[in-house]
Design a protein around this ligand. Structure first.
Ligand code: KDG
Ligand code: MG
Length: 402
């Protein structure tokens, strides 16, 4: 089964997505997601100019060899652009293999390890009262796990608070919009938020929070310690995971579980955090970390240290990534949780899919491959719209981490 065609589809049904479609000489095709929020065209060019020509004529069944060709063969390894391009090819080829064999992806990986994939939803509001209302709505919808973010008094646009209560879409301007950040207010406010949530909802809901890389190690330790009474499922990205040894400082002060890795691209980015037991959940996902072939290696490595998966699942990861992630998470033995932000109706129409939500879980469906398709005619009606993620500055104008 030879690859006859590989083409890139850039579409913007509510937000931008980059999709790779690989077609074989037997007519079976597969699709993969290559979206890199705010930098979409870089991956589209990497694929079109450098990867697609390499694929033509190759045996579509040789997924591992093609993965190694793209990783080792580029000489320039790793990074968000390269690894997304590799992920798109890898996922499209797994999709083809599943369709050719008439098997859902979870069966190719070794079969289901669970009945459904527990997901967490995103509750947010301009203040604690609004976030409390949002958590109540998620509980009504059947969610057992909820991420809670709230506006901070004195801060105009804190991370994670959306205009639209259901779809959180931070890439909101053609050129990055500016936000102001102040850590002291945030550190005082966040324990009050979780105190209010536990008072309103008791012990049962699994509560999560994302600090989005904004704290220093000492501040992160302080926050993790102050959140201990509220028994979080996880505290995400408390500090940028560049200097990974600094996580030791957080660990010394708190037992709040830590989740890191939505910006990681390979096992090399997370191996120290995992093997030194500095995190509890690894957030790497299919599109960010080289596809199923590489994410499987990360998950197996993490299992040795009882670190569990918590795949990134924001709306900038297309339904193709969500579908593939749900098959992966249905199989992976060391499953933790899956992030879920439903896509808009426009996005869902362009990417018809077999996954569905019931009782706090997503189910991948039983269609062969990953079960997500693309309606190319509809996709063509949504041209690319330049959008970038915001930036953050401190009150004195210094650049900070958004
Ligand atoms: O594109 C950036 C988003 O994916 C990111 O800000 C979302 O942090 C995020 C999360 O946890 O979903
Ligand atoms: Mg995050």
């Amino acid at each position: 089964m030879r690859i006859r065609e590989a083409r890139v589809i850039v579409t913007s049904p509510g937000r931008n997505f980059v999709t790779l479609k690989i077609v074989t000489d037997e007519g079976v095709y597969g699709i993969g997601d290559a979206t890199l929020n705010g930098r979409e065209k870089a991956v589209a060019s990497y694929l079109e100019d450098h990867v697609c020509p390499l694929l033509i004529g190759r045996d579509a069944r040789r997924i591992e060899d093609i993965w190694q060709l793209l990783y080792r063969g580029a000489y320039w390894r790793r990074g968000p652009v390269t690894m997304r391009a590799i992920a798109a090819v890898d996922v499209a080829l797994w999709d083809i293999k599943g369709k050719a064999m008439g098997a859902p992806l979870y069966d190719l990986l070794g079969g289901k390890s669970r009945d459904g994939v527990t997901v967490y939803g995103h509750a947010n509001g301009r203040d604690i009262a609004e976030t409390t209302d949002a958590v109540a709505r998620y509980i009504d919808l059947g969610y057992h796990a909820i991420r809670a973010q709230s506006g901070v008094p004195g801060l105009d646009k804190p991370y994670g608070v959306s205009k639209d209560k259901h779809v959180y879409e931070p890439a909101d301007a053609a050129l990055a919009s500016e936000t102001i950040w102040s850590t002291p207010e945030y550190l005082r406010h966040t324990p009050r938020l979780f105190d209010a949530l536990r008072t309103s909802f008791g012990e049962a809901p699994l509560l999560l929070h994302d600090a989005h890389h904004r704290l220093t190690p000492q501040e992160a330790a302080k926050l993790a310690k102050s959140l201990e009474p509220y028994d979080l499922f996880w505290l995400e990205d408390p500090t940028p995971a560049e200097n990974q040894e600094s996580f030791q400082l957080i660990r010394q002060h708190s037992t709040t579980p830590l989740a890191v890795g939505e910006v990681f691209n390979t096992l090399w980015d997370c191996k120290d955090l995992i093997q030194n037991q500095l995190i509890d959940y690894i957030r790497a996902t299919i599109v960010g970390a080289g596809g199923i072939t590489h994410l499987r290696r990360i998950a197996d490595f993490a299992a040795v240290w009882q670190v569990r998966t918590g795949c990134h699942g924001a709306t900038d990861l297309s339904p193709v990534t969500m579908g593939a992630a749900l098959h992966f998470q249905s199989w992976v033995p060391n499953f933790g949780i899956q992030e879920y932000m439903p896509h808009s109706a426009e996005t869902d129409a362009v990417f018809p899919h077999h996954y569905s939500f019931a009782d706090g879980m997503l189910h991948p469906g039983d269609a062969p491959g990953h079960g997500v398709d693309i309606d190319e005619a509809l996709a063509a009606t949504y041209p690319y719209t330049p959008r970038q993620l915001p930036i953050a500055r401190l009150r004195d104008g210094s650049m900070w981490n958004w």
